[in-house]
Design a protein around this ligand. Sequence first.
Ligand code: NAD
Length: 508
Amino acid sequence: MAKSSISELAPEGARAFVQGHHHLFIGGERVETGRNIDVMNPATGDTLTEVPLAGNVEVDAAVAAARRAFQGYRGLSGSQRAKLLWALSTLIDEHAAELAAIEVLDNGKPLGEAVAVDVALAAEIFRYYAGCASTLEGAITSNSVPGMLSLVHQEPIGVVAALTPWNFPLLETAYKLGPSLAAGCTVVLKPSELAPLSTLRLMDLIERAGFAKGVINVVIGGPDVGDLLVRHTGVDKVAFTGQTETGRIILKAAAEDLKPVSLELGGKSPNIVFPDADLEAATGGVFGGIFFNQGQACVAGSRLLVHASIADQLVASVVKRAKSVRLGEGFQPTTDMGPLISAAHRERVLGFVDDAVSEGAILATGGTKANVEGLSGGYFASPTVLTGVRRNMRVAQEEVFGPVLSVVTWEDEDELVDIANDVRYGIAAGIWTSDTAKAMALASRLEVGTAWINTYGMFDVSVPFGGRKQSGGGRELGHAALTPYLVAKSVWVNLDARPVNSGQSIGK
Ligand code: NAD
C-alpha cells in the first residue's frame, strides 16, 4: 500500500497516528491479522493508511475477551466505573485537536464541526455516563406476602456487540460505549470499515484511562464481520446504528438466538416552514438542517415542507446560501463543506438527483460532482436543491444521505401533516413559526422521535434521541439510553423464620 501525503495542516500527532501501524484491539492486546484493508481520505481519494481485517478467529477472540472481562468489570462499584469513564472524558478533552483531525482525515468533515460536535459531545457523553454509573438504582418493591422482602436489582446485560456507521465515527462509538460501560457491560465494537481510525485511537485512551483488558475490544471489517458478531452466541446484546436495510438484516440474524437488538436507523426528516416564520432564521435552519455533515446525518432535514405562499421567497434564499458554499478539505478555515465519504456513495447520491429530475423535479442548484482545486480525486458533490418535488417521488421517500434538499409545498395544515408523516421513517422534524402553541400542537401530530421548534439539530447529552417507524425504536443519550444495557432481576428474601414453599403464595 502506498501511503498518501497528509495535509500539512493536520496536527503532527494526528498525522503520526494515521500513518502509523494499526491493530485490532482484543483483550488489551494489539492484534494483526495479516489481511489489511485500505482506509481512504475522501478529500483526496488517496489511501490514508491500512487497517487489519478481522475474521472468524478475531471475532471469537474478541467476544471471549469481553466474556472473561465481564465478571470483573461488573463487580466494580458504580463509583469505580464512574472514575474510569470520567478519566476517559478528560483524556478525550486533552486529545481533542488530534481526535478531531483524525476525523477530518478519515471522514472529510470540516475541522470546526469535528471539534465542536463530534469530539466535544463524545467527551460530554463519557462525563454524563460517569455520573450515571454511580447513581444506578434498584428498588425495594411492595408485595402482599407476609414476611417476604422483594427487591429489584438492575444488572448489566452482559457482552454487547456495538456496530457503528461512518458519518460520526467517534461520536457513534461514544453513544454506545457511554451507557453500556456505565451499566457494567463489556463491549466488542465494530466501527465502519470506511472510517475506523478515531475508534482505534480511542483504544489508546481507554487503556490509559485504566479500563481492564477485555472490557472494550475492537474488530474491523465489513458486513461479513458484523454478521459474525451479531450471530455470535457469546454476545448478549446487539446495539446497531446504520441503514434501515442493514437493521432489518441484523434483526433477522439476531432472532436466531433471540438476542435483544437496539436499532438507530435512517431518516427522511421534514423541515416545516409556516408563512409566519422568521424567514431569515428559517433559512439558516433549513440550510444547516440539510447541509451539515454534507447531508450525511440521520437527522438531515432532507424534505423542506414549505407553505406555498412563501415557497419562492424561502427557496430563493436557501439556494443563494447553497450557491455560496465553499467546498474543500476540512482543515482549510474557508471550508464550509467537505467531501462525501466515498466515490460509490457520491454516485448513489447523484443517482437520486438524476431520478428526481427525470420524474419532473427541477434542479434549482447543484446536482453535480464538484471540482475543488488541487483535490481532483476528492468525492465532492455540490449542495443541491430540487424544487417541484412530489411527495411520492423516490427522492422524497428514500434517505439520500447527501447534500440534497427536496422542496415540497403545502396549502393547509392537515395536508401538511399527511405529507410529513407519509414516509416509512420517523426520526425528527423541524417546525418554523412565530406561533409556539401552533408548533406544539403540530409536534404532537408528527410521527417522529424528536421535534425541533424554531431550531434544528439541537442535541444535548441529557436529552434522549431516537426514532420511530423504520428509523428504529432505540434511544441514545440521557437516562433512557441505559435501559437496553440493563436487565431487572427480582430477588425474594424470606424474612420469616418459618420456611415457605416455592409458589405457595402466588399459585404458580
Ligand atoms: P450501514 O448500515 O451500511 O453500516 C453500519 C454498520 O453495520 C457498519 O459498521 C457496517 O460495517 C455494518 N454492517 C453493514 N452490513 C452489515 C450486516 N449485513 N451485518 C452486520 N453488520 C453490517 O450504515 P452506514 O452507511 O455506515 O451509515 C449510514 C446510515 O446510518 C444512514 O442510514 C444513517 O441514517 C444511519 N445513522 C443513523 C443514526 C441514528 O441515530 N438513527 C445515526 C447515524 C447514522
